[in-house]
Write a protein that binds this ligand. Structure first.
Ligand code: SF4
Length: 336
């Protein structure tokens, strides 16, 4: 198995990876491809040897998203797809809570996270002890946790949700009020879409909380015929200024079906690059807020994880059993 230092952009590598580059040439400059191609080629070879799949979140860079990923999507799609793979090894090109979710749903498989530093400000905003205190303060009120939480937190809650199914999950409980954690802005957005009373935790995504309504107005003044689509982790003034609000998967569907001439995607900036590949008729205006955690995942990190089968995600069995229940309950909720 090659080490990163042994890889080169040979004629064979160029020929083997040419069809892959063709897919992403609009968003990856030709001058960069000789650096990515040997890694892309080695990863795809090693995946076959290991019977491995790479699951990549929508916020991964194009050379990962279009170059080595077998399954791409938002947190909900990755969680659902993780239950369907027959691979022996899952490499989660995303952040730690996503790799934990994949492990919860595939306890017998090897699940690798290519970067040990791929955390999340939302997941870090709440602990299992916080959830136990919330339950004491609100006895009998069911607890919904965004999947952007640790396995320890998931083990304390009734059900998980993603930004793609949060309203359906809240309403599936048949309760008058629910505790919703950890994202305050997603909780506020859900509260506008349901009659269920939402009691919110006050965690924020460090990427989405930086957007402002004033920034959206400024973009509208600079660009004609601009359609603004925003992720519900954004603050309320941003969502009020948007033409469409939805999860990353719904944003992609919106661009594909509506084919707006010019779009401002108010979310992590790799999303625009990845969607632009499939939507050549749309011009993307990029307000570039990067997730520093997602960007710790690299092609060389993925190759190293496949070579060494480390770092692995391990979760204590009793904790995993409780956390898995919350994720499986979410997956059983039918979309509207
Ligand atoms: S974009 Fe925000 S919610 Fe997503 S991983 Fe980064 S910090 Fe967490």
């Amino acid at each position: 198995m090659p080490e990163v230092s042994e890889l080169a952009y040979t004629a064979d590598v160029a020929a083997a990876t040419a069809p892959i580059y063709e897919r992403m040439k609009r968003v990856v400059p030709a001058v960069e491809w000789p650096f990515h191609a040997p890694l892309v080629h080695a990863i795809n070879e090693l995946k076959r040897e290991r019977n491995a799949v790479v699951l990549a979140h929508n916020y991964q860079t194009p050379e990962i998203f279009h170059g080595v990923a077998d399954i791409v999507g938002d947190s909900l799609a990755l969680a659902a797809q993780a239950t369907r793979t027959d691979a022996d090894v899952i490499v989660l090109a995303g952040v730690h809570f996503m790799a934990e979710t994949a492990k919860l749903l595939n306890p017998s498989k090897t699940v690798l996270i290519p970067s040990r530093n791929a955390g999340c400000s939302l997941a870090d905003s709440i602990t299992a002890a916080d959830v136990r205190l919330l339950r004491e303060a609100h006895p009998g009120v069911p607890v919904v946790a965004y999947v952007n939480t640790s396995a320890e937190v998931k083990a304390e809650v009734d059900i998980c949700c993603t930004s793609g199914n949060a309203v359906e999950v809240v309403e599936s409980l048949g309760a008058e009020r629910v505790l919703f954690l950890p994202d305050e802005y997603l909780a506020k957005y859900v509260a506008t879409r349901t009659s269920v009373e939402i009691i919110a935790w006050t965690g924020h995504c460090e990427v989405h909380e930086r957007f402002t309504g004033a920034e959206i107005s400024e973009f509208r003044s600079r660009f004609d015929r601009l359609t603004v689509i925003a992720h519900p982790e954004c603050p309320p003034d941003v969502l009020a200024a948007a033409d469409f609000v939805g999860s990353t998967a719904r944003m992609i569907d919106f661009v594909g079906s509506e084919k707006p001439p010019r779009v401002l995607m108010v979310t992590e900036c790799s999303m625009s690059d990845n969607v632009a590949v499939a939507s050549p008729e749309t011009e993307f205006v990029r307000p570039c807020n990067l997730c520093p955690h997602m960007k710790t995942v690299t092609l060389s990190g993925i190759l190293e994880a496949l070579r060494t089968l480390e770092p692995r995600v391990e979760i204590a069995p009793d904790l995993a059993a409780r956390a898995r229940l919350a994720v499986e309950r979410m997956l059983a909720v039918k979309p509207k």
